[in-house]
Design a binder for this molecule. Structure first.
Ligand SMILES: [Zn+2]
Length: 426
């Protein structure tokens, strides 16, 4: 039965209109940022720092190159997603998957298999379409500024490994989730949510041992001054440090980083070899102190819980739409496959996700300030300051940001704000 009244809900038009509004707004922000990248002088608060004066032009040039690339790739992405919707590419791909299934001798009642074929085609296709842009970014822009350390061989090897892992892990998970929805009826959101929590924990547990080594070499930080200092810091604040690793980030890129992971009493700290190269021991310990601030202040746990609540709401609201015939019809589908329902639902849910992403950035920046304050209280104020400046300069991070642009996009506060906040803490 066709419900005539429901046919009128213009979901498709709404999705298109909203995506162009967001696109236009984001481009406006990018233009504001672009102007800042043309300014000849760093912000006042940074002008006394010698490294900043020396490298400011380079950071601006790198920022400009990336900004130009962003204009092109955002426009390309926007046109691509608009075409997908306007020309009903998704139903076409869905039917194509059905035809392939029929060649193999299966009927349209094999919805899960058809969903897997559809996912594979869609994933390969979207990677293929964006391949020229990602090649350009790595081998032209990153290369020009001295960050790219990858060969073409490594680039494609990473891509193939990524596909294989996504296939081996992702496809069984997808079919299980679809199966759960079929089995559990209208309360499926609860079961899917619990399943996803369990999966997340398993994935985070196996990732460092089984997946990361496929891409990077992770070794123990050798005995020495740095290791001694970090271990002393960990025991001073009762951080249950099990292992201290170095990862060969330099294999791919000159950008640097540090992080920790692990549940409960089983924590590991990972330093990028690039960080060790760029900063001195005192600065590295200060940066580790900042990272451990995230642990001490329960930031990671808070974020994890927020995401689980977010997922619960996402699945719950989706459960109210899964049988909405007019949603499927609006995007050119005659049947109502679960996977398609979820994809279409995410399109109309995009405004909520945009707001969530914005709020999460605000929260993340608050956490950064708190972790900085924690490191300063440990006595690393001076080293943290010089470490942050060094990392920012070596990574050619933007020093001159538009306040609107950074408020919308940045998960970390801009350098001048961080430095002045560190200074103000007693
Ligand atoms: Zn942080």
């Amino acid at each position: 039965m066709i419900d005539e009244s429901a046919q009128d809900t213009p979901y498709k038009e709404f999705v298109l209109a909203f995506s162009w509004v967001v696109y236009t707004f984001e481009q406006y922000l990018s233009v504001r940022q672009y102007r800042k990248l043309h300014e000849p002088h760093p912000p006042k608060s940074l002008q006394d720092i010698e490294e900043v004066r020396e490298k400011f032009r380079k950071t601006q040039e790198y920022g400009l190159d990336k900004a130009k690339f962003e204009f092109v790739s955002a426009l390309f992405g926007q046109i691509q997603s608009t075409c997908m919707i306007v020309f009903d590419i998704l139903p076409w791909l869905w039917n194509l998957s059905g035809e392939w299934l029929a060649y193999a001798g299966y009927g349209p009642d094999h919805e899960i298999t058809q969903s897997l074929i559809f996912t594979v085609i869609l994933t390969l296709l979207s990677h293929l379409i964006s391949l020229p842009l990602s090649l350009y970014f790595t081998f032209v822009i990153e290369e020009r500024h001295g960050f790219n350390k990858m060969s073409l061989g490594l680039f494609f090897m990473d891509m193939i490994k990524g596909f294989l892992i996504a296939g081996i892990i992702g496809l069984p998970i997808l079919s299980l989730v679809l199966q759960i929805v079929k089995w559990s009826g209208k309360n499926f959101y609860l079961y899917v949510w619990i399943f996803m929590i369990i999966f997340t924990f398993i994935y985070l547990t196996i990732y460092p041992t089984f997946i990361q080594p496929l891409f990077n070499k992770v070794t123990l930080l050798p005995e020495g001054e740095l290791r001694g200092q970090i271990e002393a810091l960990a025991s001073r604040i009762n951080f249950p440090l099990k292992k201290l690793y170095v990862i060969d980030g330099s294999k791919r890129s000159g950008h640097s980083n540090a992080y920790f992971y692990g549940f409960f009493k089983n924590k590991r700290i990972v330093l990028f070899d690039t960080l060790i190269e760029q900063a001195n021991n005192g600065e590295i310990v200060a940066i580790v102190g900042h990272e451990l601030g995230h642990w001490y202040l329960n930031h990671t746990v808070k974020i994890l819980i927020i995401y689980q609540i977010h997922n619960f709401l996402l699945f719950f609201v989706f459960s109210q739409f899964i049988n909405n015939t007019s949603l499927y019809r609006s995007f050119g589908f005659e049947t109502q496959p679960i996977l398609i329902g979820f994809m279409l639902f995410q399109l109309i849910y995009a405004p909520v996700e945009n707001v969530v992403a914005f709020l999460m950035n605000i929260l993340s920046r608050k956490h950064e300030f708190e972790a900085d304050a924690y490191a300063k209280k440990l006595g690393y104020g001076v080293q943290l300051r010089s470490g942050l400046i060094k990392i920012q300069i070596k990574n050619l991070g933007n020093l001159n940001n538009d306040p609107w642009y950074s408020a919308y996009h940045f998960s970390h506060p801009p350098l001048p704000e961080r430095l002045s906040a560190i200074e103000k803490i007693d």
